[in-house]
Design a protein around this ligand. Structure first.
Ligand SMILES: *Cc1c(COP(=O)(O)O)cnc(C)c1O
Length: 400
């Protein structure tokens, strides 16, 4: 991936960088100086790929969805990240980062989480490695996401409810940053997406790039060539999309489509479609596109899916959008819910609500009969049963 690679200063064109308080500089510098060396190290690579195989369950299958293909009159392959241990792509990143943390001699791990998916993936690898784990989570999210809070506790993590700001994801991230500044020596901060100061966007994209590495050989097994016509993935911060696109970025024959959450509609005031509603600015340590008001204050995003409910987007995507390498689309709550039921009834696969956004645009796109379309199913829908049952009109259903 040459053309869209980050430069030495951590920029993708005009986006990226490391906009951080001076006090955080030593922590970030240590990672900047070491991450590429570690990723390239043979022992690291061996440990990482063994854990991906034996612990996370990779490779995740690339499944030809016959009935969904017939429905949309094209050829649809699903990249099954939902079958990974802990139920989503996030484990790829946390396994990689915990190995890096150990290399750097860290004994204490912190993370931020919104819906709790990244918190669970982090708590999981901390249990695996016997490291202390502290997860910052907005108080509102702690209340909304009880099952994941319980999972983290069972895994031995301490969940710290954050009461500042709106008590959601961005406040949790701010609090994690504060912790890191106070604990620079023994602590590693595992960021959950391709966001944050350099080197996180590049680091997380590389760790998730195993997704497109596998798509290449799996598609060759299926159809005798490694290039599909389209790859479609949902975007919150952008890590499952970055992983799905990574090894195809330089290959312009493959059309890449990123799908954001439109919430109740782009102009409803309740949306998370950053690329449509956002403008350049700095969020969580990098220059990117974000949703903000005229005073530069972040506006609260909304989506039925907690994983897409983020007011920014990774700087790589701001750049890929500007360079016209990735096409952006979006899907509303209702469109995503419908798409989730359609996949479930046609294929017997209950997707995460986030992934359902990627599925939702299949009906809106114009495919040829012989097109090859890969859709990344970033996670499984167990966590979303309450929302699905509410949609079915059984709102007394409880997701525990
Ligand atoms: C967290 C999450 C997302 C959104 O995060 P990205 O970094 O954009 O991938 C998407 N799908 C699932 C299942 C998630 O848990």
């Amino acid at each position: 991936m040459m053309k869209f690679n980050v430069d030495e200063r951590g920029y993708y064109g005009e986006y990226g960088g490391a906009y951080i308080p001076e006090m955080m500089y030593p922590n970030v510098k240590e990672l900047q100086d070491n991450y590429l060396k570690i990723l390239d190290d043979e022992i690291f690579r061996k440990e990482f790929s063994l854990l991906l195989r034996d612990y996370a369950g990779r490779p995740s299958p690339l499944y030809y969805a016959g009935r969904l293909s017939a429905y949309h009159n094209t050829n649809i392959y699903l990249k099954r990240e939902d079958l990974n241990h802990t139920g989503a792509h996030k484990i790829n990143n946390t396994i990689g980062q915990i190995l890096i943390a150990k290399r750097l001699g860290k004994t204490r791990i912190i993370a931020e989480t919104g819906a709790g998916q990244h918190g669970v993936a982090t708590a999981t690898v901390c249990a695996l490695m016997g490291l202390k784990c502290f997860v910052y989570m907005g108080k509102l999210d702690v209340e909304r996401q009880a099952p994941n809070v319980l999972r983290m506790k069972m895994l031995g993590a301490e969940v710290i409810p954050v009461t500042s700001g709106n008590m959601t994801l961005k406040d949790a991230a701010n609090e994690a940053i504060r912790d890191w500044i106070s604990n620079p020596v023994d602590t590693h901060y595992i960021i959950g997406s391709v966001v944050g100061p350099h080197p996180y966007p590049d680091l997380v994209a590389r760790l998730q790039s195993v997704i497109s590495e596998e798509i290449k050989w799996q598609l060759t097994e299926h159809i005798g060539k490694e290039n599909p016509d389209y790859i479609i993935a949902c975007v919150g911060g952008g890590s499952n999309a970055a992983g799905s696109f990574y090894h195809y970025l330089d290959n312009e024959d493959v059309k890449l489509v990123a799908v954001e959450a439109a919430g109740k509609g782009i102009n409803s005031g309740k949306s998370a479609a950053t690329m449509v509603l956002g403008s350049p600015g700095v969020i969580h340590g990098s220059r990117t596109i974000l949703m903000q008001n005229e005073d530069g204050q972040i506006t609260e995003p909304y989506s039925v899916s907690a994983g897409l409910d983020y007011p920014g987007i990774g700087p790589l995507f701001a750049w890929l959008y500007k360079m016209k390498r990735v096409t952006f689309d979006n899907a509303t709550d209702t469109e995503a819910l419908e798409a989730a039921f359609l996949l479930t009834r046609l294929e017997g696969i209950i997707p995460a609500l986030e992934s359902a956004h990627a599925l939702a645009i299949l009906g809106k796109m114009k495919f040829k009969k012989d097109d090859i379309v890969v859709v990344t199913i970033s996670g499984r829908g167990d966590k979303d049963m309450a929302a699905y049952m509410k949609y079915l009109g059984e709102s007394d259903y409880k997701n525990i």
